[in-house]
Design a protein around this ligand. Sequence first.
Ligand SMILES: [Mg+2]
Length: 261
Amino acid sequence: MNSQSGLIPRLPEGRWALFLDIDGTLLEHAAHPDAVSVSEELRVLLERIERRLDGALAFITGRSIAAVDHLFDPLKLRIAGLYGLEHRLLPNGQVEAADEPADMAALADEIELELASKAVYVERKGPVLAIHTRAAPQLLKRATELVGAALARLPKGYRVIAGNAGVELMPLEAAKGAAIRRFMQLDPFSGRRPVFLGDDTSDENGFDTVNALGGISIRVKPQGETAARFAIEDVAGAIAWLGANFGDPAGAALPLRALSA
Ligand SMILES: [Mg+2]
């Protein structure tokens, strides 16, 4: 691609595999993760892109697959959920669930006891524990301390990722980059060039992977350090870019803003 203009070759010239984070990338964040909704336009666009890419489209998200299916109902796509701990390799295929979850219930209970009455949402996602502080940003620091203390009490093999508006505790093998690599080994992704859009700390590992595979890494609403090579300013811009480059055979392609390395 021409990195000066940020224009990538259009379909069908480019044989792309597209990987999409959901929250903060395709959907504006809400105070509570259940408070978001998916427009009919977005569903239709994703269906069209999926067809035009011969299926080489997958969600790569921290949400569970069940939560994403509920949100996008009736649309089902290929997906890695819980940062790659769950997979569905075909749109209507079986969900390969995460390994037996560690019992984090007691830790979640304790954190909830201290924080949940203060507009903090403690989300239990099996092997992943997410503390959402978007509605109470002043509590992010305390939430991070509590999750750090919880990490110290778990067996080895877990880590903490602090994001834009919360902090999550997850098994080490939960990594978006590994989820992208897994898809890239399979039809219809293999042999294509990966493009990954994300907006948060947990997406950085996906950007590194896509860069290493010679693909295109795009951070939506970048703030501070990022491994992504390109930026899009907001969710509306991301959807417009996807529509122009992958959804609309007649429209003009939109450029990306290159980030200096
Ligand atoms: Mg996100």
